[in-house]
Design a protein around this ligand. Structure first.
Ligand code: ADP
Length: 614
């Protein structure tokens, strides 16, 4: 209770009042006492003086053993006081209340000495003769110039003390009542002073609990009012700052959530404090199992842990490429100490370089492939030229054969250069498509019919199966025929005699949840986005394609089986892929895993081209 400001103020007031009252009592009773004493002193002085004047002629003063007791008694009665008459030598000559013969010499009593010196003396002291405190007043008894003796009047102070005590009691009672009133007043004042402070405290407590909208209207113009206004201003500023911080945090979180690089922040204990979605994706982990766990538990890759360890120990940035074991992901890992944060905190950045590395591989392969493709015809040309120069020119029929073979090589080179150029032009978008609504049959039939004689020569059965409900599609007919030519030509090339080639086309619907209609097609959902499609399939019973090669056969110069490619450039499928993609379509291949199922009947390859229905 006494911890509250209200009670502290009240108790202080009450104590102050009590102290002041006590001081007043002490001061007043002392003042009254002094006043009483002064009055008594002057009264006794006057009485002593009257008595001295009256007794100046008494003969007993001069007698060595003069007796003034009767006189003393008489005066004592009249004055209701003790009267002592003392000779100049200090001998007590008359005493009203005691036996003077028992009394010692009074010359050196302070009031006597004072009276002899100044003509009047007084003293307050405890009388051993009577046994209580008394006031003594003495005056000299003079006859003319001669001092005859000393007349002393004394009164006990009991009466005065009783008066003062009574007065003190009255003051005390008054003080108690005043103190009671003052206490009530003090409580009221304390309550009024404490109330705004209490309200302020409530508001501050609400703010501390997070309610930054809590405000208090200033009701006074005093310090509390100023404090209330300052508090409101502070809350306004705090709210703005917090809002700004929340906004900035949101922006930062959006950046972290959407950035392609993975970001992981660890604290000085090596625990993961922050991890963004890109990092979760790159590391193949879940957010719930990552936060607040040690980095070693979250990232189970000793290379990254090692880098983090080095950065932690040396306090320096560490950069290294890391190939993730399982998933073939290739990362550039940068671990940097976070200097502004707590010591030991580290920032781990994971940059996905898988695609960059794939492109680099493709580029390297492309250069090595093109060198290889050029070297063979050039070497054979060089050999033919050398042979001609070495004498074959003299033999016209042989020279003619050599020239024919040279022409074949040059034609092959020319075709390759043309295909390369075409691929480059399609890739850079320099070949605009002549789009028109065309029937699927107009795309499929001309190339198949053109290649039919070739298929028959190779001993293959070529069948066509077009679904009757095929809608027209928006396509550059010439380009799409080029694609079909390439696919059927490949099928002929890679299918041994007595095989079959089937070109079919039907309509296809992929729903938004990945369901494919008709279901007979064993399509993986990721092959096609939801929508209406026309699917053209070129199926053969040929050599098939090894599973490892399937993803790569659409790359430039890629040949799964060089021995059988029959002088192909390896560019056909790359060109086909670009043409189909330019139509907004997809192209892919399927082949039973021939490495495992070499003897299974029906092996071969199927190439699919899907074009969107407009
Ligand atoms: P190429 O001019 O060599 O035929 P492509 O780009 O058309 O070039 O084909 C690339 C490679 O894909 C071929 O070398 C072959 O290994 C493989 N390939 C294409 N079509 C088939 C198919 N129908 N059967 C088996 N392999 C095929």
């Amino acid at each position: 209770m006494f911890r509250s400001i209200r009670w502290r103020i009240a108790v202080s007031y009450i104590l102050l009042i009590l102290v002041v009252m006590f001081g007043l009592v002490v001061y007043l009773s002392d003042l009254v006492r002094k006043d009483h004493l002064a009055n008594l002193r002057s009264q006794l002085t006057a009485e002593a003086q009257l008595m001295a004047d009256a007794l100046a002629s008494a003969p007993a003063w001069d007698e060595p053993d003069g007796d003034l007791d009767p006189v003393a008694h008489r005066y004592a009665e009249q004055l209701s006081a003790r009267v002592t008459l003392i000779g100049v030598d200090g001998t007590v000559l008359g005493e009203s209340h005691e036996d003077r013969r028992q009394m010692d010499n009074h010359l050196y009593r302070p009031e006597v000495q004072q009276a002899l010196a100044t003509g009047q003396g007084s003293s307050i002291r405890f009388s051993r003769t009577v046994g209580y405190e008394m006031m003594y007043v003495a005056v000299p008894v003079t006859a003319g110039e001669r001092v005859m003796g000393i007349a002393r009047v004394a009164l006990p102070l009991r009466q005065i003390e009783a008066n003062v005590a009574r007065l003190r009691g009255t003051i005390l009672v008054a003080m108690l009542f005043t103190a009671l009133g003052a206490t009530l007043l003090a409580l009221h004042i304390a309550e009024r002073t404490a109330r705004p402070v209490r309200r302020l405290t409530d508001v501050v407590q609400r703010m501390a609990a997070g309610d930054l909208s809590a405000r208090l209207l200033p009701t006074t113009r005093d310090e509390v009012g100023t404090l209330t206004r300052s508090l409101n201003q502070m809350a306004d500023r705090l709210r703005k700052t917090v809002n700004t911080l929340i906004e900035e945090r949101g922006r930062l979180a959006a950046v972290l959530d959407n950035m392609a690089d993975g970001v992981v922040i660890t604290d000085s204990e090596g625990c993961v404090r922050l991890i963004n979605p890109a990092a979760l994706r790159l590391l193949g982990i879940e957010a719930e199992t990552s936060l607040d766990r040690s980095l070693a538990q979250v990232i189970r890759d000793h290379n990254i842990i090692g880098l983090w360890q080095q950065c932690f120990e040396q306090g320096e940035e560490q950069v290294a490429p890391v190939e993730m074991d399982r998933r073939g992901t290739f990362l550039q890992v940068i671990v940097t100490p976070l200097r502004d944060a707590e010591t030991g905190a580290c920032l781990v950045i994971l940059q996905d370089l898988t695609r960059v590395r794939q492109l680099e591989t493709v580029r390297r392969d492309f250069i090595s492939n093109i060198s290889h493709e050029l070297r063979t015809p050039l070497a054979s040309l060089k050999a033919l030229v050398d042979t001609l120069r070495d004498g074959a020119l003299e033999d016209p029929p042989a020279a003619q054969r050599f020239l024919d073979r040279m022409e074949v090589e040059v034609d092959a080179l020319t075709q390759m250069v043309q295909e390369l150029l075409e691929l480059a032009r399609i890739e850079s978008g320099q070949v605009p498509l002549q789009l028109a609504l065309v029937a699927v049959a107009d795309i499929v039939l001309p190339p198949v019919e053109r290649l039919r004689p070739q298929a028959e020569r190779a001993g293959l059965r070529l069948t066509i199966d077009l679904s009757p409900d095929l809608p027209p599609i928006l396509a550059d007919a010439q380009r799409m025929q080029q694609v079909l030519t390439n696919l059927v030509h490949n099928a002929i090339k890679f299918t041994p005699a007595d095989g079959q080639i089937r070109v079919s086309s039907f309509r296809l619907r992929v729903s938004s949840d990945g369901e494919v209609q008709p279901e007979t097609l064993n399509l993986k959902p990721e092959m096609l986005p939801p929508g209406e499609w026309v699917l053209i399939a070129v199926q053969d019973t040929g050599v098939g394609i090894p599973a490892d090669d399937i993803p790569r056969i659409f790359e430039r110069f890629y040949k799964a089986d060089r021995a059988r490619s029959g002088g192909g450039t390896g560019l056909g499928l790359a060109i086909a892929k670009h043409i189909v993609q330019a139509h907004g379509g997809r192209i892919w291949a399927e082949s039973p895993s021939i490495t495992l199922r070499a003897s299974v009947e029906g092996k071969g390859s199927t190439f699919y081209v899907a074009l969107p229905v407009p």
